[in-house]
Ligand binder design. Structure first.
Ligand SMILES: C[S@@+](CC[C@H](N)C(=O)[O-])C[C@H]1O[C@@H](n2cnc3c(N)ncnc32)[C@H](O)[C@@H]1O
Length: 275
């Protein structure tokens, strides 16, 4: 099920919301009853009412664009965010030691350039940009792309030099399918590293799968065409392709990597280009 409408709760963003709804082909509503100051409880009730007849709703609020969904009984708010406390903490704890940094070969100078072919909500791309890489982002899902674009815009206005520096190294391309994009550039090295993190089918019933991830999955699907990206990415990478997989998942397209880095939940398969 996909969200069926976009609701604007911020009177200053009505025009923007209207345009976005047209772009996404969604029904658009302006909701004025919730724009005043209301208690958390009233707010929760309001959201629950919105969701009674829908699987999800895109909400444009002063805090940003987010997807509201009700996986079970409780409303849940998903948005891309590079300024939240968790992300700041993660980077302050030495993002340079992150496996993703090792996987892309981020040691010394010059820093690798990265084309993130499956940008999603942009967290991996943001971590790499914060660590000094120039990162180009591709995302094909229109709703996810809109969430990502909104997060980048919010971060640009965050008034934090570190965030601003990272965001300045990120370029989000117009929504497009990475396979079509890479095909149109065959033969050219588009970046030193091409990064792939396609969706992987969820393990049903796993308590470890967060609700937010379940909802994200509902919007995006399983990316069953992901295997086709690997040969195209190898054709367009200057140095390597990095594929993020669940730790025990088979290699993408069954193609063994040059080496892998394993974490608790994820694995980074590194495909070095033959020279
Ligand atoms: C698991 S998410 C990526 C998460 C991301 N690495 C992050 O840190 O937020 C996968 C995303 O890749 C996108 N995607 C999958 N295949 C794609 C393709 N061929 N072209 C563009 N985007 C694609 C999906 O729409 C989805 O949003």
């Amino acid at each position: 099920m996909s969200p069926v409408c976009l609701i604007c709760l911020d009177p200053t963003r009505i025009e923007e919301g209207d345009l976005l709804a047209r772009d996404l082909g969604l029904e658009f509503h302006v909701e004025s009853s919730a724009t005043g100051v209301i208690s958390k409880r009233e707010e929760r009730r309001f959201y629950q009412t919105l969701l009674n007849e829908r699987a999800g709703v895109l909400l444009l609020r002063s805090e940003g664009l987010g997807l509201l969904a009700a996986p079970e009984d409780e409303a849940l708010w998903i948005k891309a965010d590079f300024c939240d406390a968790g992300t700041r903490y993660r980077l302050a704890q030495g993002g340079g030691n992150e496996m993703i940094a090792k996987a892309v070969g981020l040691k010394g100078q010059p820093k690798p350039t990265v084309l993130d072919c499956t940008a999603g909500l942009g967290m991996d791309a943001y971590v790499l940009a914060a660590l000094g890489c120039e990162v180009t982002l591709l995302e094909r899902n229109l709703i996810v792309h809109a969430l990502l674009k909104d997060a980048i815009k919010r971060a640009q206005g965050a008034n934090d030099p570190q965030i601003a520096a990272a965001i300045a190294r990120m370029e989000l391309l117009e929504p497009s399918d990475a396979a079509a994009y890479l095909e149109s550039y065959q033969g050219k090295a588009l970046a030193s590293v091409l990064y792939l993190d396609p969706m992987f089918p969820l393990r049903k019933k796993s308590a470890q799968v967060k609700k937010a991830m379940q909802i994200f999955h509902t919007i995006v699907g399983d990316d069953t065409d992901a295997g086709a990206l690997l040969p195209l990415a190898l054709g367009a990478a200057g140095n390597r392709v990095v594929v993020k997989r669940p730790r025990h998942a088979p290699f993408l397209k069954g193609q063994p990597a040059s080496h892998s880095l394993e974490g608790q939940r994820n694995r980074y398969d590194v495909y070095l280009k033959q020279r």
